[in-house]
Design a protein around this ligand. Structure first.
Ligand code: DGY
Length: 321
């Protein structure tokens, strides 16, 4: 019997390739830091039994067709799996897995990096100094938002939203959250209060998004919400870009309807909405939520373990279908 082949669609930390080869599979890595073209992705997928996919690989009916009937598992190297047509995979008997839990702390830390950078105007200050525009200490320069006493609003308090909320303790913030479920941990540890979306949007000084993307949540934060937000508030998005109507965000920032935004994710990555990059009051990161060495190594091992389990005929440790 010929070796089962696994496609890894990007260069990644070593555990995955080592584990997959050690388990006896033939591994093909698209050895690049950049996403493959769609044509390259589809052609390399042909005949594979396993796919270790990145969140930017769109695994839809066309991709599954290109892979052929031998494909048995799609292991996403991410916790969010909105890049995968889950129903189509299930219909074809393809198992889908993700990497939950291991990236919670890294992503929550990054959300706080954005909260601090945005409210305290860190990047604007850095640019001023680098450009030689600083003329000495000023009593009124780059004034930001004080976090102590301010309200942190969390839209979604799953693992990552909860971790972001717990980190607020050291900053003395009032915490509100919107979620389908009561979160006892946040209510007990940081006296968080559960509210509806409108109250969350209206009351927050820092509104941070932590829900997965699904068609129903597309543009959940748009022109209406920006009108409801405080003019001094900032929006933080480390979840998924399409949760936010990006052109409406640009308009709200330009009009001064909100004070700033810290974004790690975008509607159409890696493209940005027209005008976004020109705004001084935004901090823009290239989807770095899980990007620590330790986290990415654990994600790499986890994704490989999911592939190995399915190809050996067992249930994967992290199934999503
Ligand atoms: C994920 O895993 O879904 C994150 O967006 C990665 O940063």
């Amino acid at each position: 019997m010929s070796e089962q082949q696994v496609l890894v669609t990007r260069r990644m930390p070593p555990p995955a390739e080592r584990l997959l080869r050690g388990a006896g599979f033939a591994v093909e890595v698209i050895d690049s830091e950049e996403p493959p073209s769609r044509a390259q992705f589809l052609s390399r997928l042909r005949g594979k039994a396993g796919l270790l996919a990145m969140l930017s690989d769109c695994v839809d009916a066309e991709a599954l067709e290109a892979a052929g009937p031998g494909l048995r598992v799609v292991a996403d190297y991410a916790v969010g799996f909105d890049n995968i047509d889950l129903a189509e995979c299930t219909r074809r008997g393809v198992r889908v897995t993700n990497t939950p839990g291991v990236l919670t702390d890294a992503t929550a830390d990054l959300a706080w990096a954005l909260i601090l950078a945005t409210t305290r105007r860190v990047c604007e200050g850095d640019q001023l100094v680098r450009a030689g525009g600083w003329r000495g200490w000023s009593g009124t320069q780059l004034l930001g938002l004080q976090l102590s006493g301010a309200t942190l609003g969390l839209l979604g308090v799953g693992r990552i939203g909860t971790a972001v909320g717990l980190r607020s303790l050291g900053f003395g913030m009032r915490v509100l959250y919107t979620d389908a479920r009561v979160n006892d941990e946040l209510e007990q540890q940081v006296a968080a209060r559960r509210v509806g979306l409108e109250e969350l949007v209206t009351q927050s000084d820092v509104l941070s998004l932590h829900i997965p993307f699904a068609p129903e949540s597309r543009h959940l934060i748009g022109a209406r919400e920006f009108d409801l937000m405080k003019r001094s508030a900032v929006l933080i998005n480390t979840a998924r870009g399409p949760l936010v109507d990006e052109p409406a965000l640009v308009a709200a920032l330009r009009a001064g309807n909100i004070a700033g935004a810290g974004l790690d994710v975008y509607e159409d990555e890696p493209r940005l909405a027209v005008g976004l990059a020109e705004l001084p009051n935004v901090v823009l990161l290239p989807h770095l939520g899980s990007a620590t060495t330790a986290t990415r190594e654990r994600m790499s091992a986890m994704a490989a373990e999911n592939v190995i389990a399915v190809l050996r005929g067992s249930d994967p440790p992290n199934p999503v279908n």
